[in-house]
Design a protein around this ligand. Structure first.
Ligand code: ADP
Length: 417
């Protein structure tokens, strides 16, 4: 009887312990009792351990997820994840900025309601994502818009996990600008070559079809020679430009005497002046301080000669062209060419170094210009860390100067001449 009673009490106690454990599990597993006696105690202990392991795994998975998201955040490309209904599930800051949306506030919004560009909306709805769609970025670029340059976005959708979609965006503004420049450049070159080519072809036809006397033939051949020379100059300038673009910057340990560079300029300048103007020009060359510059000799010579030849070509005969070198108080060196020519209106000045930019086309042509001279000078200047300064006003002549950094200028060791 006592044993029977004992069994009942034990059973009741056991049931109560089981019930208590269940109670705890139902409410909050974190409150599981530690070190309870008997089978329920061990059970509770094991559950606690399992739970702890699970929690750790979840935390690790969560950490990994955060790392992934941080990596995607760092991407220069925009990333947007859309659910089955086209609602934003997640997006990185780049995409938010580009689309002008808020990465948190706009969660669960339909992207097509936020980005209203018709091309984009149609693309999103088409479910044909074999290629990208290019739109103006609605977000960034309000300032850019004011300057007339929209930020251009390439957006491509990649479906995944059934009907979910991942949007990748890329800022292709610079790419499109470079592409436009390339097209312009090719069009310009073609035009520049076609003009003399057309003239040449005309003369060839004339020579073939008309009986000409010796004088006429000579005259025609001379004109043909001029045109082919023009094409040659153009091709040479183009090659110079592409060489300058494709090669490493000149080193700083080859030194060239300014006096030698200027002497060469003088030879060329006097020759050109004599050919262009019967009166010639009043040319002067002055060196304030005997110096040397470091860099590529042919490039430096070409840049300096170019500025001088422009001054001579655009200044009417009898005018004055002064070439000078001086070392500034801070150690920089300045090569300057000052002329009494027609001068240049302020609006043209910033554009002079663009390829094929000319103010007076016919004057440029007549004097053998290609429209590439100042583009070449600017390139050479940049490669030497020098600055091209242009000061000019209509009717007041022009002053073109190359200012070399102090590191590329030193006193000449040997004084000659
Ligand atoms: P170009 O071969 O036509 O001379 P450049 O690139 O050397 O080409 O110069 C661009 C334009 O700048 C010229 O067409 C000319 O209109 C203007 N220019 C350059 N130098 C002078 C100058 N000293 N005086 C007036 N105009 C100049």
């Amino acid at each position: 009887m006592g044993a029977w009673l004992g069994a009942v009490v034990w059973l009741a106690l056991d049931a109560w312990r089981a019930e208590r454990l269940l109670q705890v599990l139902r409410n909050d597993a974190a409150g599981l009792p530690t070190r309870a006696p008997g089978v329920w105690g061990e059970l509770s202990e094991r559950i606690r351990k399992l739970l702890r392991e699970r929690e750790q795994q979840t935390r690790q998975a969560e950490d990994r997820l955060q790392e992934f998201l941080a990596a995607i955040q760092a991407s220069p490309n925009g990333v947007v994840l859309l659910d089955e209904h086209g609602r934003i599930e997640w997006c990185n800051q780049t995409a938010a900025a580009q689309f002008g949306i808020d990465a948190e506030r706009d969660l669960a919004q339909h992207l097509a309601n936020l980005v209203r560009d018709p091309a984009f909306v149609a693309y999103l709805a088409s479910w044909n994502y074999s290629r990208d769609v290019v739109i103006d970025a609605p977000g960034i670029g309000h300032h850019a818009h004011q300057r007339g340059h929209a930020v251009r976005l390439s957006v491509q959708v990649h479906p995944y996990a059934g009907n979910r979609r991942m949007l990748l965006t890329r800022d292709i503004t610079a790419l499109e600008q470079a592409e436009a420049m390339r097209r312009d450049f090719v069009a310009n070159v073609s035009h520049e070559i076609r003009t003399p080519l057309t003239v040449l072809a005309g003369f060839v036809e004339t020579l073939q079809n008309l009986p000409l006397d010796a004088d006429e033939r000579t005259r025609y051949l001379a004109l043909m020679g001029q045109q082919s020379h023009r094409m040659e100059t153009l091709v040479n300038d183009l090659l110079t430009l592409s060489r300058l673009e494709g090669s490493a910057a000149p080193s700083g340990n080859q030194w060239i005497r300014i006096r030698a560079l200027l002497a060469h300029c003088e030879d060329e300048g006097r020759g050109l002046s004599g050919r262009l103007a019967p009166l010639g020009h009043r040319l002067s060359f002055t060196i304030d301080a005997e110096s040397e510059v470091s860099g590529a000799p042919t490039e430096l010579q070409s840049a300096m000669s170019n500025l001088l030849s422009n001054a001579i070509r655009y200044t009417p005969g009898g005018g004055e062209v002064a070439v000078s070198w001086r070392v500034l108080p801070d150690g920089r060196g300045e090569y300057a060419v000052k002329d009494t020519g027609p001068g240049i209106a302020a609006e043209h000045i910033p554009r002079l170094t663009e390829r094929f930019y000319r103010i007076d086309r016919s004057r440029s042509r007549e004097t053998g210009g290609t429209g590439l001279g100042l583009a070449i000078v600017k390139h050479i200047a940049q490669r030497h860390g020098a600055e091209l300064r242009i000061e000019s006003a209509v009717g007041k002549g022009s002053r073109f100067a190359l200012v070399f950094p102090a590191t590329r200028v030193r006193e000449a060791r040997v004084l000659v001449k």
